[in-house]
Design a binder for this molecule. Structure first.
Ligand SMILES: Cc1cc2nc3c(=O)[nH]c(=O)nc-3n(C[C@H](O)[C@H](O)[C@H](O)COP(=O)(O)OP(=O)(O)OC[C@H]3O[C@@H](n4cnc5c(N)ncnc54)[C@H](O)[C@@H]3O)c2cc1C
Length: 435
């Protein structure tokens, strides 16, 4: 029996239930289809750092597979075409993949399923809990985080599974074309490399060697550097690192070293990730709607000049400029930075939040559909925030998180003021409330 496993956001061998379920086949084809979503909000493709990180993650997975006599076939074709052709050409009897949220991603998988004449198994493994463990039925998830957290906090996380000891070989004659290396190098201020072992190394370094988890609650809002928050999201997002492995290591730290408010706070953040994942699974296309999952119409618009200034880091707010320049140069921005930059676009420019989310999607090396669009909706007041959105006072944020202006200066945020353009009635959407 020849089987095919389509990797998606689970680019690892460790704790990968999907891959393990296909480890007993006679032959196995391991495939990854390069992201090929159509243009959205006038943006297309991946930013240089996001692309680099993905290439490194795929290369690392290929190397790991090769050490087991396997390999990763990276295809630049839509899975609706590529998988169907491979199944026919190689007489594949079963296909597997991992569950990921996102409307486009779901359409892709449904498109594959429609054309296949063999079973397609979709495995869960990128969350702390599987669907059957959740204390609420799908379609009936709490709208807000607190009740979600309260019900999940007491559940035990399944023990992560070991990597397979061996894998079936690929079909004879199947070759793995060499993938072009990235032309981009990591920014020295954020020298993170893709791949499971790099993710494991970061986890070990931050949690056990530097013991930074012990005061995480106080440091998690740092705008820069690698000592504040865990910076595990790049590997969690593409699945090079298993979230259950992170939780297991955190529990081990709490047991053998220290359990305090900070260690508990980190677990709570993993639950935020969980929350946005399951919400995205349920929310479908409304995750991408201007009026959000709550369907709240707002008087916001698209203004090309404002959007271009925000993207470029050329607004009248020096801190926002620095944050946006940091994002494009490194593929990274801290959680506090994301909140400040998002609030600026939405509240100071009165801009349609989806353009900002799409720009983050292009550049963030930890882009994750549920976390990105869920957090943007939260800030814009059309999502899961019980307070109806967040409007940050930019000056207060700068005084609090960059009191000496060092971050702003480092990322070249101090830019000359721009003339203020005036919006007139023609700039506003016709279907505004009451319009
Ligand atoms: C506008 C906006 C867009 C965002 N886009 C993304 C995105 O595309 N991908 C992404 O992974 N996160 C996103 N986040 C959430 C958060 O900013 C990042 O997860 C966090 O900054 C990652 O840094 P860290 O690993 O050091 O996090 P830590 O503070 O060390 O937290 C540990 C882990 O918990 C999870 N986590 C923490 N905060 C959140 C949160 N608010 N929502 C969901 N999960 C969380 C992440 O997996 C993170 O790695 C976004 C937040 C905002 C406000």
């Amino acid at each position: 029996m020849t089987e095919l496993y389509l990797f998606r956001n689970d680019l690892r061998l460790d704790d990968n239930p999907g891959l393990l379920a296909h480890a007993r086949a006679d032959e196995l084809v391991c495939v990854y289809c390069w992201p090929s979503a159509p243009a959205w909000c006038n943006l297309k493709g991946l930013g240089a750092q996001r692309e680099r990180f993905l290439i490194e993650s795929l290369q690392a997975l290929h190397d790991e597979l090769q050490s087991m006599g396997q390999g990763l076939l990276v295809l630049r074709t839509d899975p609706r075409v590529a998988i169907v052709q491979l199944v026919e050409r190689l007489s594949i009897s079963r296909v597997g993949s991992s569950a990921v949220p996102g409307h486009y991603e779901e359409q892709q998988l449904c498109g594959v399923l429609d054309k296949l004449r063999v079973p397609l198994l979709v495995h869960q493994g990128n969350t702390l809990f599987e669907e059957h463990q959740l204390p609420f039925a799908r379609g009936n998830l709490p709208r807000h985080f607190t009740p979600f957290r309260q019900q999940l906090e007491t559940l035990s996380v399944n023990t992560p599974l070991p990597a397979p000891r061996q894998l079936p070989p690929p079909p004879k004659g199947l070759s793995f074309p060499l993938q072009p290396a990235s032309k981009t190098i990591p920014h020295p201020a954020f020298p993170m490399r893709g791949g499971g072992s790099e993710g494991q190394r970061r986890l070990r370094h931050w949690m056990f060697e530097r013991r930074r988890v012990t005061d995480y609650k106080q440091t998690r809002n740092y705008l820069d550097g690698l000592e504040g928050s865990s910076v595990l999201s790049p590997w969690l997002a593409n699945g090079a690192l298993s979230v259950r492995r992170v939780a297991q290591q955190l529990f081990a730290f709490e047991e053998t070293d220290l359990k305090n408010e900070s260690t508990r706070w980190l677990y709570q953040e993993l639950l935020w990730r969980e929350f946005f994942h399951w919400r995205a699974m349920d929310d479908g296309p409304s995750l991408f709607r201007a009026s959000g999952i709550i369907g709240k119409k707002q008087l916001r618009t698209f203004e090309a000049r404002d959007f271009a200034r925000w993207c470029k880091g050329d607004t009248d707010c020096a801190l926002v400029n620095a944050l946006m320049r940091q994002l494009v140069a490194t593929g990274w921005m801290s959680n506090r930075g994301r909140q400040i930059a998002a609030s600026y676009l939405v509240n100071e420019f009165n801009h349609d939040w989806r353009y900002g989310a799409a720009f983050f999607e292009k550049h963030l090396i930890d882009y994750d559909v549920g976390s990105n669009y869920g957090n943007w909706q939260y800030i814009a007041g059309v999502g899961t925030d019980p307070r109806g959105g967040r409007h940050f006072n930019q000056q207060e944020q700068a005084e609090r998180y960059d009191p000496d202006g060092l971050f702003t200066a480092k990322w070249d945020g101090y830019q000359p003021k721009q003339p203020r353009y005036i919006n007139d009635a023609a700039d506003w959407p016709l279907d505004a409330p009451g319009g």
